[in-house]
Design a protein around this ligand. Structure first.
Ligand code: S3P
Length: 423
């Protein structure tokens, strides 16, 4: 894919459904009695992996252009798959489904692509084992492929070392099958879609500060879910509007859950011309339309408790920082190293190729803004968020940029380039 700046970006865009919420709607629908109807479901490869896994576990799922129908079989209705589950590139599928599989009465093996096979799974194997689960990394390297043999589970209070919604959700989902209460305490609060949505399906989930607690064996009932637009996808248009001179973009129907809205707070701190319009609620999740205009950004520091609320937006924020006056510091974000790619190393490498003044650190990046970017050849490392961040960087850079393996955007945003071109 080759991209080159020609003119300001103008107009409206409606981003696709939220990836985290789409995964959970299928999973929780599968564990419920009755049919769950999901509209604005994200048809990205990751969420399709979740559908495929649950079909293999005996759940009938209709995927029509207007909606998804999940014909749930209740908490104890999954059946053994006669083949290995393929989670593709999806960390969310891997970690959440592992919590569910730990409490079944059958054995499952799961595996995914090369990236998944190098991502850390000890973070879920440890708490699941504490609950009594039988989960093994088949190659003994604490990564997928994983073998999970269903076992009786005990409730635990787990103190997680990382603020990770995937770890928290994995343990809470295993808690559905435990013999008592299960709690997870995190160092800072991660996205809470599991807690909100499970409650909507009828589970007893209590949140107090950084701790979430679930009661076992609820009767979950199928729901109607309208998935809000994904703020992580909106991030690319928000950034494009802010950094491409003369731009004005309205990004419609964006989920602004406070555990996901760190990007908005960072943009405001950078002096962005940004307005939230038409605030409303969708299936228990807050939503707004976001209007952005080109702005003279200033540097900021992104650290501490805000990090989990914008973890997937940090590559885009690093690009924005190149166009801001002053030095932006991103820290407390070591988790970036274990995403679909090592997002610290990959951002430093690719932004340096474009002429940015950027240094990688152990837990983040330091970016000196104000040095104009020029076109370059970008290696996406098959990471969707890297490809999209550099598509935006390219529009604000001098000359032409070529992105390798640009079609990896299909993981979370299959029509990304079309939507960008429409602006
Ligand atoms: C997600 C949680 C985050 C995020 C990922 C989706 C989720 O991962 O990066 O894209 O849906 O729970 P971690 O929980 O590993 O931080």
């Amino acid at each position: 894919m080759k991209l080159k700046y020609e003119h300001p970006l103008k107009g409206e865009v409606t981003v696709p459904g939220d990836k985290s919420i789409s995964h959970r709607a299928v999973m929780f629908g599968a564990l419920s009695k009755g049919t769950t109807e999901v509209t604005n479901f994200l048809q990205g490869a990751d969420c399709l992996s979740t559908i495929d896994c649950f079909r293999r576990l005996g759940i009938e799922i209709e995927n029509t252009p207007s909606k998804i129908l999940v014909h749930g079989k209740g908490l104890h209705g999954l059946t053994k798959s006669n083949s290995m589950l393929d989670v593709g590139n999806s960390g969310t599928t891997t970690r959440l489904i592992s919590g569910i599989l730990a409490g079944q009465k059958f054995e499952t093996t799961l595996n995914g692509d090369e990236s998944i096979q190098s991502r850390p799974m000890k973070r879920i194997m440890e708490p699941l084992s504490m609950m009594g689960a039988d989960i093994t990394s088949i190659r003994g390297n604490n990564c997928a492929p994983l073998r999970i043999v269903g076992a009786p589970l005990h409730g635990i209070h787990y103190h997680s070392k990382v603020a990770s919604a995937q770890v928290k959700s994995c343990v809470l989902l295993a808690g559905l099958y435990a013999d008592g209460l299960t709690s997870v305490t995190e160092p800072s609060v991660s996205r809470n879609h599991t807690e909100l949505m499970l409650r909507g399906f009828g589970a007893n989930v209590i949140t107090e500060g950084k701790t979430a607690t679930i009661s076992p064996d609820p009767e979950l009932i199928g729901q109607k879910i309208e998935v809000p637009g994904d703020i992580s996808s909106a991030a690319y248009f928000i950034a494009a509007g802010l950094i491409v001179p003369g731009s004005e973009i309205l990004v419609k129907n964006v989920g602004i859950n406070p555990t996901r809205d760190g990007l908005i707070r960072v943009c405001q701190a950078m002096g962005a011309d940004m307005t939230l319009l038409n605030k409303r609620e969708n299936s228990g999740e807050p939503v707004a339309d976001i209007l952005v205009r080109h702005s003279n950004l200033k540097a900021t520091t992104v650290e501490g408790e805000i990090i989990p609320t914008l973890i997937d937006e940090l590559p885009m924020i690093a690009v924005m920082a190149c166009f801001a006056e002053g030095t932006t510091v991103i820290k407390d974000a070591a988790e970036l190293k274990v995403k679909e790619s090592d997002r610290i190393a990959v951002m430093v490498d690719n932004l340096s190729r474009m002429g940015a003044h950027i240094t990688g650190t152990e837990d983040g990046m330091i970016i000196e803004g104000g040095y104009p970017l020029h076109g370059a050849e970008i290696d996406s490392h098959l990471d969707h968020r890297i490809a999209m961040s550099f598509a935006v960087a390219a529009l604000a850079a001098e000359g032409e940029t070529e992105i390798q393996d640009a079609d990896c955007v299909k993981i979370s945003y299959p029509n990304f380039y079309e939507d960008l071109l429409n602006l």
